[in-house]
Write a protein that binds this ligand. Structure first.
Ligand code: GUN
Length: 293
């Protein structure tokens, strides 16, 4: 069993991006510039945006956080988005989710210029990705693909079972791994909350991707010996006696599943660190006008 060390791969890719930014600088080119809009005071959102700012600094990007109180109206937010769409100095931006209830998230996503949608949430990017055109791919599926690629895990002809059908993980990763080329050419099955006898499916998986948001859902009896297991779950559970008072659990019961696997991601330190790297990759692509020209 080998651990898929997302932290190590993330550091490796960040170093590659930092070197590319240095090269751009030395040629007098434009430094990539990412903006994050953060609304309200959601603890998890503050943490994520903090990590994104830190990662930008590590690779030499320009970054900026625009903060608004959760009293901002939808019209005001749409106007801020328009300003960023029109600002030639901004290569890419994100609106950190979730948004306050009085704001329509889908409307906000669709207001972002697809050329600057480095989260890859706009239907134009989702659609382009689905038919294999250059696109900004959203962070988690891109992170999974990067992990498979960097560990040179064979995918051609493999049966990949995806647990979860969300728009931001299950569906896009199932699509990407069924596409032609590497890492792809998989036979893909998607299971979800209405799938009977999930174990019958998971036992067939050469590659098992779990994105249900149900702590420790996958147990050892559900996994084929030698499988590659990618765990996207992160659930906070109380852990009295620890410094923070909580710890993170994945969707896979790690201790009993790990010994059966050829490869498995730890939680934390698996897919998570690569999601921020995907945002950096997309911002670099935006600055280089690689996707839309
Ligand atoms: N909230 C949780 N994850 C994400 C993400 O990847 N992008 C944005 N914009 N909001 C999030």
């Amino acid at each position: 069993m080998e651990l898929l060390d997302g932290k190590r791969i993330a550091d490796e890719i960040k170093a590659e991006i930092a070197a590319e930014v240095e090269a751009i600088k030395s040629k007098g080119g434009k430094i990539p510039h990412l903006v994050a809009i953060l609304i309200g005071h959601n603890g998890a959102s503050e943490t994520y945006v903090g990590h994104k700012e830190k990662a930008c600094a590590q690779v030499g990007f320009k970054s900026q956080v625009l903060r608004f109180e959760d009293t901002i109206t939808e019209a005001q937010l749409l106007n801020e988005i328009k300003k960023l769409n029109d600002d030639p100095d901004v290569d890419g931006f994100i609106v950190q989710m979730p948004l306050p209830k009085h704001i329509d998230e889908q409307k906000v996503i669709e207001a972002i210029d697809p050329k600057k949608d480095v989260d890859g949430f706009h239907p134009v990017n989702v659609g382009r990705m689905n038919i294999g055109l250059p696109a900004y791919v959203s962070a988690t599926p891109d992170g999974i693909v990067e992990l498979l690629r960097r560990y040179k895990i064979p995918t051609e002809g493999k049966h990949c079972v995806v647990l979860g059908r969300s728009n931001i993980v299950g569906r896009p990763i199932a699509n990407l791994l069924s596409q032609k080329g590497y890492p792809g050419d998989c036979t893909v099955t998607i299971c979800h909350s209405r799938t009977p006898n999930i174990k019958d499916h998971t036992l067939q998986a050469d590659i098992l991707i779990v994105a249900l948001g149900k702590a420790e859902f996958v147990t050892a009896d559900m996994v084929k010996p030698g499988a590659v297991v990618i765990d996207v779950g992160i659930t906070r559970v109380d852990a009295p006696g620890t410094k923070s008072g909580w710890r993170l659990l994945g969707d896979v019961k790690f201790d009993e599943v790990a010994p059966k696997c050829s490869y498995i991601t730890p939680v934390p330190g698996g897919v998570g660190p690569l999601t921020i790297v995907s945002l950096l990759k997309n911002t670099l692509k935006a600055a280089k006008k690689e996707v839309y020209g």
